[in-house]
Ligand binder design. Structure first.
Ligand SMILES: Cc1ncc(COP(=O)(O)O)c(C=O)c1O
Length: 353
């Protein structure tokens, strides 16, 4: 099948760029103590997760319990839920899932630790825990070293839980365009985390794992020699937001759409907010420029001062945010040039619990 035969709107990925992004990440981490634990939210395709494990990833990171269920169902054996799971019904599903794989979850609250222990005891499973340390993103996590120690000791005292280490994710740094600024902010956090680790060791608590980092901080983290796991997700596909940074990865993911209407200054295509994640802005047309884009559910109006496209023509867009775009689709076509060579099913599409 050829690109012209794909029914639009559709997601396509260019094989050569997709593969070179994977190779560049492997090369970046080669010889460093930092191991890749890629974030599933960026592609949500079990088949791609298996490729990542085969290329050396030590396990997968995910955001949601349902993503973890999907990964485990496909046979992935080592899964980190990089979030807190606090709903009682989800905690019991998590505890049973921990019988099927090595499952780690983040915690930042003592009552949550108690609930996890109760559920794991009932399921007769072992749940691994990372204490989340808040390092500037102001999302989840505890912000004092005393609170980390107290949670670690609390976990240690639970027969069905294992204190495995720390998650410290600085998402507010990932998209800083200036590399110098990203490096400076990362350095400030490095000192804070080193102080935490010293304090934990003085108190006889040894974190085995330090997990975090992103595509935006991958180059810095590879040199930093501090973290044990890198949770980068977007590096395989990239997107228009990450393209503004100087990173060793290129856009491999595109939204393929068709021109449905043409007027003097506006070209309308058949992809709207139901096929393009717009939480980080509008998608960017590939190979031509527009003065403005207006989005509705099923359409994008591309404002173009001089008409360049005809009704029925195919157009490629670079998503502004690959992760939220993937979540809107059922499949991603893998292309070698114009030829479709495979199709990835987005097995965790819409897994929002
Ligand atoms: C917990 C966590 N880890 C890692 C990432 C990094 O993902 P990416 O490499 O796609 O920026 C994210 C992104 O939101 C995240 O929430």
């Amino acid at each position: 099948m050829n690109i012209e035969n794909i029914v639009t709107p559709a997601l396509i990925v260019q094989k050569s760029t997709f593969e070179s992004n994977a190779e560049r990440m492997s090369a970046l981490l080669a010889g460093s103590s930092l191991k890749l634990r890629p974030h599933y939210k960026s592609h949500k395709c079990a088949a791609i997760a298996h490729q990542q494990i085969q290329s050396g990833a030590i396990g997968m990171t995910c955001a949601k319990l349902e993503e973890a269920l999907d990964l485990a169902d496909s046979g992935i054996q080592d899964i980190l839920i990089a979030n807190q799971i606090t709903d009682a019904s989800k905690i019991s599903r998590l505890a049973y899932l921990a019988k099927a794989c090595r499952l780690t979850v983040c915690v930042d609250n003592e009552d949550n630790v108690a609930e996890l222990e109760k559920a794991a005891a009932l399921a007769d499973s072992t749940v691994y825990c990372l204490v989340e340390y808040e390092i500037g993103m102001e999302r989840c996590g505890v912000s004092s070293k005393e609170a980390v120690l107290s949670l670690a000791k609390r976990i240690d005292g639970c027969p069905h839980l294992v204190f495995d280490g720390i998650q410290a994710y600085a998402g507010h740094i990932s998209h800083m365009v200036s590399e110098e600024e990203r490096a400076q902010e990362t350095q400030k956090n490095k000192e804070k985390i080193q102080e935490l680790i010293r304090y934990l060791k003085e108190n006889h608590v040894l974190p085995r794992v330090l997990s975090g980092g992103s595509t935006g901080t991958s180059v810095i983290k590879a040199k930093e020699a501090l973290y044990t796991e890198l949770q980068a997700g977007s590096y395989l596909f990239m997107d228009a937001t990450y393209s503004a940074l100087e990173l060793p990865f290129e856009s491999s993911l595109f939204i393929l759409c068709t021109v449905v209407s043409v007027s003097d200054t506006i070209i309308v295509v058949d992809a709207g907010v139901k096929s393009c994640g717009v939480d980080q802005g509008m998608p960017v047309p590939y190979g031509f420029s527009v003065s403005k884009i207006v989005a509705s559910e099923e359409h994008l109006q591309l404002h173009m001062p001089s008409k360049q496209l005809k009704v029925g023509e195919k157009v490629l867009l670079i998503p502004a945010h690959c992760c939220s775009t993937v979540n809107l689709h059922d499949r991603i076509y893998l292309l070698d040039g114009d030829q479709v060579v495979d199709r990835f099913l987005i097995t965790a599409r819409g897994a929002f619990h």
